[in-house]
Ligand binder design. Sequence first.
Ligand code: ZN
Length: 300
Amino acid sequence: MRMLTILAAGCAAALMCAGCARSAPPAFDGASAFVFLREQCDMGPRYPGSPGHAAIQRYLVEKLAAFGARVSEQPFEAVLSTGDTLRLVNVVGAYRPEARKRILLGAHYDTRPRADRDPDPAKRAQPILGANDGASGVAVLLEIARLLAASPPSVGVDLVFFDGEDWGEEGNTMDYLLGSRRYAKSLGLRRPAAMILVDMVGERDSRMPIEGFSAAASPALCARIYGIARTLRLPNFVQSQGASIIDDHLPFIQAGIPAIDLIDFEYPYWHTLADTPDKCSSESLAAVGSVLVRYLWEER
Ligand SMILES: [Zn+2]
């Protein structure tokens, strides 16, 4: 009887471990993510109104559908400080849409319409390719979508691709963050338990200190994410506070949602024509992606 009990307990343990194995974090593939980065850059600049902008909207919808997400689009007209309007679309891929506890991962997919930081003044009116500033965050989210399709974690996940992040002129914050502001306003009762933004995460040898607004508003979430990075021994995550950056996480902080921004703002090619795929690496994408995957699959 005693032996039987032990055997039964052994079986139960084995079954539980089988369950554990199914929900273990999958491996984030940096090379796969880098393909998604290149595919976006192959579309050319992707600012609102450009052919690349229309192309990436179709691409996101197709990829998310292929990766088993429930896909929705949020079209809207943003009224700019000039009084002009801009037609924009947020794209959302939902996993376990019935789950009440949800984690929102966000990235902007639009690219800047002008290279206003280019060292050559003659080039500053040209649109940028946005390999790091645009494509890198989207690439990380699409690779996570591919993994979610295979074995979703127990929490619901919303991958939100924001439009109109980078439209504004420098010095006029009104015309930035257009998609994230619209999305945060429309949340209603579908408030996520946490929001994590990835932006400019693809630079070779990326270094991401804890962003200032994130540290002030969401210390527990910062500690959790940077704690995972420490466990994984990732030098890309710098374990001290850095600059405060106006980015798509702010509308969520203002809505009272724990929200953080993973960003490497020390990027010499920021808002220049040299923001191209050769400045980025699969290893940097994998560093961020591995932490996010571990976080999602550990959440209950
Ligand atoms: Zn930018």
